[in-house]
Design a protein. Sequence first.
Length: 258
Amino acid sequence: MGINRSQFKKILNNIDQKRLRNQQRHYDRKDKVYKQLTGLKAIDERIASLSSGATRKVIKNPARREEIMTTLKSEIGTLTKQKEALLIDHGYSVDYLKPLFDCKDCEDTGFIEGERCHCLKNELMNFAYGQSNLGHILSQENFSTYSLDYYSAKAAAEGKKSPKDIARRNYKICCDFAAKFGQNYSNLLLHGQAGLGKTFLCNSIAKEVLDQGHSVIYLTAFHLFKLISEYRFRNDDDQVSYDDIQAIFEPMGCPCMS
């Protein structure tokens, strides 16, 4: 992906902050309810005591493990029902004291059995979108909104392809390029008169590539050449470091849109 180590670490830190905030919210809820419902804290303490007691019993007598666990499950079930009834009687939901998570699948860790959770993938994708400088444009200009209705089906001359046929061919080429991005290391140059849909197709490719988890940098040729010339000639008024130039190309498989 086109995200360096420090950026990835920052994203993980943001997920950690979410988990810590939710933990604090959970502690605050428990503190509030315990002060209001003294019997509730006693029930939780009893559940904890039964659990630790059952663990000791199993260690002393492993052969009775199934019996001990069955008894524990029954006793905790009874206490849980008492707890839920107490919460409901005082206007709380039954799950009010359960741990809070933004993502219940990974419990705000970002990983499930060593694999990236969908929430982390979304964070990475959102970061890539933010870095692309394309913003809301991609929600309007992408392969799913591309239309051939703007192109004439009539050829300019006999034996020539119609604008619609050409546009359909260009669309397929761009779709294939985006679908295989990161597998086939090739370039794609779109050229032609203004108003033919080149920018639309570039944005469509950008969205597809971003959705795959790559990064996209959007800049004009003028901006690119300006950065390179400033680094080359070291203008005192506006020097550009090597890192500034490198940052343009560092993301692996990062298409530069111009």
